[in-house]
Design a binder for this molecule. Sequence first.
Ligand code: ADP
Ligand code: F6P
Length: 319
Amino acid sequence: MKRIGILTSGGDAPGMNAAIRSVVRTALCGGMSVVGIERGYQGILDKAFREMHMRSVSDIVQRGGTILRTARCMDFHKSECQDEAIANMREEGIEGLIVIGGDGSFRGAEALSKKGFPTVGIPGTIDNDLAYTDYTIGFHTACNTCLEAIDRIRDTSSSHDRITIVEVMGRHCGDIALYTGIAGGAELIIIPEVPMEFSEIKKSLIEASQKGKTSGMVVLAEGVCGAEELMRFLQRETNLSVRATVLGHQQRGGSPSMRDRLLGTQFGYHAVGLLKKDIGNRVVGISKEKIVDYDIMEALAMPRKFRKDLYKMAGVVSQ
Ligand code: ADP
Ligand code: F6P
């Protein structure tokens, strides 16, 4: 393979730029040329192609977001649009494609692979919701961003003897809430993987207050419910002073952590190595600190491993 394309798709994540830089420089060093595709799959349909050089990726390793921009392209679900995309890439001389994104983006990559166009996926999403990899690019930075906010909120919460509910992102996955809840010293972590009735939440917070806790931090995953809804319930049903904060899109921005820069660089390097050997229909990931790759469909079919051990530990140390 002599010429490859690269795009970012779905929600952006800090560390995507480190992965783009790694792909471009690894490919160029290996004698391949690289086409940057703007705004995800939409960019292939719009022929938004730009030639990438060594200096096109200078000064980006420390930047959040994605220099290639990203988009959600509904047309890409249609078989005829996928055919058009393959024709556009072939016309540009592109022989293989690297897709940085989450599970939705991987389904698009799988569709192209099935039609005979080699693709390799790099997991980039703050949600950490892909079962086949221990971590996705962006998760670590998003957790650190949440932690900074949680620490600040804790100051005011304890000064006012309050319970604060902090809602974090993650779609249907509770990992951001679980990891930041533990690291932020939360009294309660509420995640989709462990269903909890509002009445149980109330009971647990009242018990904490009876045990002498004068304030409390509740970290709530967005996949469970909205923080406002839970706040209104607790205000109605208890005498506790309760507030709610939704951290929102700040979790997706900011300079990537060392961990995400390293991960993005390792994934990019490995992905180019696969395409160089004409291997497509793969996704790269990390398992027990080793970079691995799997067939896309097999990877997407793997059942998610929920860290029950961490959740159990959180219950003990929050007493
Ligand atoms: P993420 O990749 O972060 O999970 P989305 O689920 O929004 O984000 O998917 C990103 C894009 O991937 C979609 O806008 C669409 O262009 C493409 N995509 C998602 N699912 C499919 C699918 N089943 N077939 C083809 N393309 C898809
Ligand atoms: O998948 C990343 C993510 O940030 C989720 O955590 C969140 O639910 C969603 O994207 C928000 O999407 P949007 O940027 O379209 O508001």
